[in-house]
Each structure stands twice: as structure tokens, then as C-alpha cells.
Design a binder for this molecule. Structure first.
Ligand code: FES
Length: 103
């Protein structure tokens, strides 16, 4: 798994085969400012990211995730995901993500 993560200041971080199972955990472990105040329970949306490359490989959000995402003024159809709901698998391949602005 290779992740290119852009933070809110436009800095790009390259993460190669990061440890951790969800994208949210990986981003936090590398020091990116993902608040994740609910700890991955899909209720805070502070782990909101835009997936620019690889959206197809991580799949679309389910209905509950989409409900939470669309409450955000920063929601972008076809890009927005909760990073705590993206499980990284060896077959995930390469992802390009960007931290969404905080609400
Ligand atoms: Fe709270 Fe993802 S960490 S919704």
C-alpha cells in the first residue's frame, strides 16, 4: 500500500506500507492532524478525507457514512470518505488522499 496524503497546508506526505488497519489510524500514526474524536465509531466526521486517486479501490461509502458526510459543507460527491471506514488491504494499491477542511 502506498499513500500520498496532502495535509491542510498543502504538504504532501508519502506513506509506504504503513502499519495500521484503517486509513485514519495510519494518518494519525504518521502525525497528520486527523482529530478522530469518536475513535473510529463513525459518528464525528473529523476524519473526513477526499480520495483523489484510488476511490474505486476503496469503495463507496455506505448509507450511514454518506449521511454523516453529506451533513458537512465540505462534502464532495465521489471523493469524500471517512478515513476510519477505509480498511487498508494489500490489494488497496495506491491511494491519493487529502484532508478535508475542518467544519
Ligand atoms: Fe469519527 Fe471517523 S473517526 S467518524
Amino acid at each position: 500500500v502506498t499513500i500520498e496524503a496532502t495535509d491542510r497546508k498543502g504538504r504532501v506526505h508519502h506513506l509506504e506500507n504503513p502499519p495500521g488497519s484503517s486509513l485514519m489510524e495510519v494518518l494519525r500514526a504518521r502525525g497528520l492532524p486527523v482529530a478522530a474524536t469518536c475513535g473510529g465509531a463513525r459518528s464525528c466526521a473529523t476524519c473526513h478525507v477526499y480520495v483523489h486517486g484510488g476511490y474505486g479501490s476503496v469503495g463507496a461509502p455506505d448509507e450511514d457514512e454518506l449521511d454523516l458526510l453529506t451533513e458537512s459543507e465540505h462534502y464532495r460527491a465521489g471523493e469524500s470518505r471517512l478515513s476510519c471506514q477505509i480498511q487498508l488491504q494489500p490489494q488497496t494499491g495506491r491511494l491519493q488522499v487529502e484532508l478535508a477542511p475542518q467544519d
